[in-house]
Design a protein. Structure first.
Length: 244
């Protein structure tokens, strides 16, 4: 059985050039014409060990998957496969590569010399409340509730109103962030917030020659908003969000 990492041009990478951890076996490359799929050859013994401790195996597998792809993108272009993609035999891999050859080669060309980065931003708790209460209607409503006015359903409706204002503020912030970052990105994806305090989550496909400019643009946004917001800027990653 083969655990698949991603698809590359067959002649674009020497496996021995990957600098992986001391306890990590290098992947193999299953080749079909111009394309190759990076895989880990999973033995029955490995599968049995994973079954004994599924939680640990999952964490270790995800870490290994990420480490391999982060090394690969330093050396060549890769189409990452979804974590946990398995094939029973080499023949199945070759069929996939052969059947979709044109599409994979086109996608590799589109991804050449590009990396993925992600910017996540959260309001600090105090600044979230301050931002919401700048809305005069919410501010008056909050004071009325604090005085004991209204019924139970008013509290529920107040919570819904806060979420509506938060959504509006997110859209306004998104406009500001995109105005700064969009000119420096080839493609981008805006993700839905994971929690009520998350203000922005954007993933960008950036040309390598523009990476430093993009970093500096994120730095400008950080300087402007760091008093009220928490930034998490990560990458470079393999282009997961730009592969269907």
């Amino acid at each position: 059985m083969y655990y698949a990492y991603g698809i590359i041009r067959a002649d674009s990478l020497k496996i021995e050039s990957l600098k992986l951890g001391p306890n990590q076996e290098p992947p193999c490359l299953v080749v079909e014409g111009e394309l190759g799929m990076l895989c880990a050859d999973i033995t029955l013994e490995t599968m049995a060990l994973a079954a004994e401790s599924m939680a640990t195996a999952t964490r270790e597998s995800m870490s290994r998957y990420t480490e391999v792809l982060c090394q690969v993108i330093k050396l060549t272009t890769v189409i990452p496969l979804r974590f946990g993609t398995l094939f029973d035999r080499e023949e199945e891999i070759r069929k996939v590569l052969k059947r979709e050859k044109k599409g994979y080669l086109k996608l590799l060309t589109n991804l050449d010399n590009k990396i993925e980065v992600e910017l996540k931003v959260w309001w600090k708790k105090e600044s979230f409340q301050e931002t919401m209460m700048k809305n005069k209607r919410l501010s008056r409503w909050k004071k009325a509730l604090e005085r004991g006015e209204g019924q139970g359903y008013d509290v529920v409706e107040f919570g819904k109103a806060i979420m509506e204002v938060a959504d509006y503020e997110r859209k306004e912030l998104e406009k500001t962030f995109l105005a700064m970052l969009r000119p420096l990105a080839a493609e981008w994806v805006i993700k839905d917030p994971m929690d009520e305090f998350q203000a922005f989550d954007g993933v960008y496909l950036v040309e390598r020659q523009k990476e430093e400019d993009f970093d500096q643009a994120v730095g400008v946004l950080y300087e402007k908003h760091s008093d009220t917001m928490i930034f998490k800027y990560t990458g470079p990653w393999a282009p997961h969000h730009f592969v269907k």
